[in-house]
Design a binder for this molecule. Sequence first.
Ligand code: UD1
Ligand code: CA
Length: 458
Amino acid sequence: MKHPNLHVVILAAGRGTRMRSSQPKVLQPLGGRPMLAHVLDTAQALSPAATHVVVGHGADAVKARFAEAPVHWVLQNEQRGTGHAVQQALPGIPDDARVLILYGDVPLLTRQTLGALVDADGPALLSVVLPDPSGYGRILRDEDGAVSAIVEHKDANPQQLSIDETNTGVMAARASRLKDWLSRVNSDNAQGEVYLTDVVELAVGDGRTVEVVQASDPEEVAGVNDRAQLAAAERVLQRRCATALLDAGVTLLDPARFDQRGRVSVGEDVVIDINVILEGDVELGDGVEIGPNCVIRNARIGDGTIVHAQTVIEDAEVGPSCQIGPFARLRPGTVLVGDNRIGNFVETKKARLEQGAKAGHLAYLGDASIGKRVNVSAGVITCNYDGANKHQTVVGDDAFLGTDSQLVAPVRIGARAYIAAGSTITRNAPDDALTICRARGQKSIPGWRKPKKDPTPQ
Ligand code: UD1
Ligand code: CA
């Protein structure tokens, strides 16, 4: 759907007082991304000639956050109303363009709903029937049912207040007409603002018909003004994400207890247990199973890998047929080539484990390269940090790192080397040999007695 004549204007200059936040409202996160990002995505999906974003409160922060976005920024220094905001953008828009006005705080609109507004010939607006219309502008219709005006809640009389068809704020019209109508709008109303909504009455006065598209789903057009509405919008978005994954063939044990904060791509027969959070860019291969309460951020997980409960994976690449967790933590720069086992209380960072290497329990592998089929026993620690710099540990194929051994980096462990339990390895260990380094030889003290329990209460 390409619209070479379409210019989208997104209003995002308001303060968002009710959020009670130091951040501009449109930067509040929804699905892990600023609200405005969702609106920009929707705008982008229409392939317009240009997108103009009107900013005011926190303008610098908003612009900085979207420095890369292909948008035309428009500054509205003083927030004098929605009509005034649109006026600021119009000088940058050709007269014959079709203008679509969106709000930065209405983030759940879909391209499908907007299509009819964009394709209409004359002025068009998006309305919605609400069980509780209070606060919203009401759509006034004449006896033939044609739209005659919009009246804001604060300006409405009791009879108008009983109307349940409300203005979503989304509107489309030709740029030249908007310029004309807005030049004729005054701020003679309850809020002393230049209302965008007043253009409807002017359009009708000019003999034009204003087309109304009714949104079928009030959730889609809901505005976000406070934290409660933000939380509600988050649930709607999450339900959409979960539905998309179900449609893609994923088993979600409970779609209501799943959170996606970014982009997820999936293979066949993926199973996701409850309370899983997927963030950033996540790719799950065929047959991947994610246990309950896992957090996975920016990671690729290979076919057939099973991630057990309570595992945290961040900026990592996990190959096929691995078993991870429960209670494992893969930190940035971890690469598991495949057939790896990372058990409970194992932490990895900038660590590459070749095919079949295993760390079953209680280990730290940082700045390490671990060869094929290496066995990392419980309590093995790479001492990668000397207090100032990080150093590498390299372990050859088929080595066995005994329980509770410390590898003081930089250090190399040879292929098929065997490190005895409890060794502190400070120098390279050769291939094919047992290397042992313990502080003292073992001794036994005959006649030694167990300490007695203190009989006086503490
Ligand atoms: C507006 C509509 C109302 C509609 C409602 C839907 C008008 C006059 N009223 O009311 O009919 O039912 O939205 O949610 O249009 N903004 C600016 N600059 C300004 C003023 C606002 O950029 O000077 C932006 C805000 O940041 C916000 C949007 O425009 O994103 C809407 O403004 P807001 O003040 O919330 O309008 P409402 O009173 O909700
Ligand atoms: Ca609003």
